[in-house]
Write a protein that binds this ligand. Sequence first.
Ligand SMILES: C[S@@+](CC[C@H](N)C(=O)[O-])C[C@H]1O[C@@H](n2cnc3c(N)ncnc32)[C@H](O)[C@@H]1O
Length: 257
Amino acid sequence: MRNILLIGIGAGDPEQITVQAINAMNRVDVFFMVDKGEAKQGLGQLREEILDRYISEHTYRVVHGSDPERDRTSPTYVAAVDDWRSQRAALYLRMIGEELGADETGAFLIWGDPTLYDSTIGILANLHSRGEVPFDYEVIPGISSVSALAARHRTALNQIGRPVQITTGRRLAQAWPAEVDDVVVMLDARNAFTGYTGEDIDIYWGAYVGTPDEILLSGRLFEVAPRIEAERAQARERKGWIMDSYLLRRQAGDDSR
Ligand SMILES: C[S@@+](CC[C@H](N)C(=O)[O-])C[C@H]1O[C@@H](n2cnc3c(N)ncnc32)[C@H](O)[C@@H]1O
């Protein structure tokens, strides 16, 4: 039976990889690399660096596939994402069916942790239940960008006994999540934090965390928001893409615990 490993590789620092991930990589016959085009070349390079550094016997094969483009002009976000996921599913199915022998082990190296804002588990679960190409699959957790961000700022994600919510820039732009004071925001293309500069909030922001390009800024939101906006624009200009996230923190009163 074919076996597929979804291996979390951390969010940019090649030392933030677990022993379990290293052992899993050493069992792999075929690595499936889904390329995101020229712009995000650095991410592909990190994957290759990880293979060179941690695999003791270089007997594996690497199969590249091109990530389908998501239709960003579509007025319906959900339909565009569904369409993109089904194109990705077709690509994965083809790679697994055509490039992996019947008793071989294949792997996808997943940025950060495969269980957080990543579609690979969902797509593989769906392909597994369809059964057109029989395979088994395992998930190896990784250090997410959320943990890496909090650690670099030397802060905890939650206040004592309080919840924390992880959400997207798109959702934060609509409303502050109910009943939480600590909100981690990922996938923010449009500076959603600027909608909250009138409130008493601290921000812990990081771009390219764990990589040589890392930028960290923190402080009172109304004071640092303009600097973060400027840093984001410059970084995007410089590298062609940005990968950043942030924790917004409102002080929780004692009565709210
Ligand atoms: C598709 S999600 C993938 C998350 C990933 N599975 C994880 O566990 O971190 C991509 C988002 O993760 C965040 N991210 C990933 N790597 C990052 C890094 N090195 N520094 C800051 N944010 C990062 C950004 O918000 C980015 O938009």
